[in-house]
Design a protein around this ligand. Structure first.
Ligand SMILES: [Zn+2]
Length: 155
């Protein structure tokens, strides 16, 4: 059911468009890359789609468009913009169903890691998971050392 939930979120995020705030912040950052750094809690990828400089953007909760292997000792990560990722995760435009109405998908029909054949998962922080261990220190270091006194934006 987790994969169906995230396949639905990816599908809806794909239909969304960056709003005027995403576009304005992306444009301002492109014009002033030395002055601004953005930390987003959003996983929808709309800042990137607005043209935000990736070097000036950290998605601290990950993004729906990256997949990673669930096996602890495997480092496979990929960008994946397919919708659906696999046929079994095709989403209708109806609202996400209640828990009882979500059909079970056989494990073999879910996306698998090409490196170790483990299950892939969205590279986002799930509910009750901790942020990746190095994300907060890397954000602080980036803001303090790399960007010094320059402006930061958290969205
Ligand atoms: Zn793997």
């Amino acid at each position: 059911m987790v994969w169906q939930f995230y396949a639905y979120r990816r599908h809806k995020a794909r239909l969304a468009k960056p709003n005027s705030a995403h576009l304005a912040l992306a444009e301002y950052t492109r014009q002033n890359p030395e002055k601004i750094f953005t930390i987003t809690q959003n996983v929808d990828g709309l800042s990137s789609r607005a043209g935000h400089l990736e070097t000036n953007l950290v998605a601290m909760h990950g993004d729906l468009w990256s997949l990673k292997c669930e096996k602890y000792n495997c480092d496979f990560v990929e960008k994946n913009l397919k919708d659906p990722i696999v046929p079994a995760l095709a989403v209708s435009d109806k609202e996400f169903p209640d828990d009882e109405a979500v059909p079970t998908i056989p494990n073999g029909e879910l996306p698998h890691c090409p490196k170790c054949n483990g299950l892939l998962r969205p590279a986002v922080v799930f509910f009750n998971e901790q942020l990746p261990g190095l994300i907060i220190p890397s954000v602080l270091i980036t803001c303090r050392i790399s960007y010094g006194h320059r402006a930061g934006v958290v969205i």
